[in-house]
Design a protein around this ligand. Structure first.
Ligand code: ZN
Length: 198
């Protein structure tokens, strides 16, 4: 039943395509947007358009940025010889929030999953290998503690070991199956400090 006409229906449909937004939330958001002052709506749509147009992968670590390289890679005070490998930008943000890691990151944008047909070529591994050919002394693997994260860690450690680079994985503290982004900072910190050499 079409209660409100096509335009609202379209807006609701677009919003409900977003992750975590069900039909009810989409409807609530749609009416909220319609009630917003026009200027605020413009700021919202502008920010979406600009971000979509200008944000791309950092040339070094593959995180999202609107510059050529991200602020962390551009920071000369960071230790560029120590690379922490994470599955996604949200995990990177979680580690960054602890404020205790002064190295740099590498964002894979996924994990190896034979079940889902995601292989090494489908994540940013080639980019990591290019970086490892430079001056790198340690790789800390911080993929999730689940099947995919384990497979990815094993694959990376096999590649890195012959390169004479120290490779470790964060271990204790991260619950099995727990996603890094939902773990509190203390737990993350403990996990970082308790990493095991592979
Ligand atoms: Zn970067």
């Amino acid at each position: 039943m079409d209660l409100y006409g096509q335009q609202i229906g379209n807006l609701v449909e677009q919003l409900s395509n977003l992750p975590g937004i069900g039909a009810k939330s989409a409807q609530r958001l749609a009416f909220h947007i319609i009630n917003m002052p026009e200027e605020q709506v413009k700021r919202l749509t502008d920010s979406i358009e600009k971000a979509k147009k200008n944000v791309h992968y950092c040339k070094e670590c593959c995180t999202f940025t609107d510059g050529e390289i991200c602020p962390i890679c551009a920071n000369e005070k960071r230790n560029h010889k120590v690379i922490m490998v994470v599955e996604n930008t949200r995990d990177m943000a979680a580690y960054e929030k602890t404020g205790k890691f002064d190295g740099v990151y590498h964002v894979l944008h996924g994990a190896i999953s034979p079940m889902l047909g995601i292989g090494p070529a489908d994540i940013k591994l080639r980019e990591l290998m290019v970086r490892l050919a430079g001056d790198v002394s340690e790789v800390i693997i911080a993929t999730n503690k689940n099947l995919e994260g384990d497979a990815t860690a094993a694959y990376i450690s096999k590649l890195v070991k012959p390169m004479n680079i120290k490779v470790s994985r964060i271990a204790s503290g991260v619950p099995v199956g727990g996603n890094l982004e939902y773990i509190d900072e203390v737990t993350l910190l403990r996990a970082l400090e308790g990493r095991t050499v592979l």
